[in-house]
Structures are given as C-alpha cells and as structure tokens.
Design a binder for this molecule. Sequence first.
Ligand SMILES: [Zn+2]
Ligand SMILES: [Zn+2]
Length: 79
Amino acid sequence: MCEYCNRRIHAPGCPNAPEGKQVCRCDYCKDGIVKGEVYVEVEEQIFHRSCFFDYIFSIHEDDLLDLFGLEAVTTGEDE
Ligand SMILES: [Zn+2]
Ligand SMILES: [Zn+2]
C-alpha cells in the first residue's frame, strides 16, 4: 500500500507514481492516464478531464443525480 495515496495502484497525482507512466485507466475511453495529466475522480471511477464531461453528457439524468447524491423533488408533495 502506498504511503501517499493509500492505494495499490498509484493515483495519477501521487508523488510515488512513476514519471510519464500510465498510472491508471480512464473509465470512459479506457485509455491510460499518465502521471501529470489532469483527471477527475468520481466515486470509484477515474476519467480524463475531457472524458469526464463526455461521460456526464452520456449518462441518464437520473443516474447523474445519483452520481452527485442529489434528489429530484416534486413540488407540492408531502413527505
Ligand atoms: Zn501512491
Ligand atoms: Zn479518457
């Protein structure tokens, strides 16, 4: 387990991650994310920054709300 990122496979920003090497895989395009690249981490998933926005627009509205832990409320309904 890494002392910096607490993972078996280093997080892309981890100082222990090998320079210029693929440190993890983008969950959207399935390409590698190289150390130094900008990435976005949501829940357990990691995306290239640009892939993250593609991903956001590709998923269903309801799943999007779940992803951010939000709830769609209908006005006028009693709990
Ligand atoms: Zn690490
Ligand atoms: Zn990607």
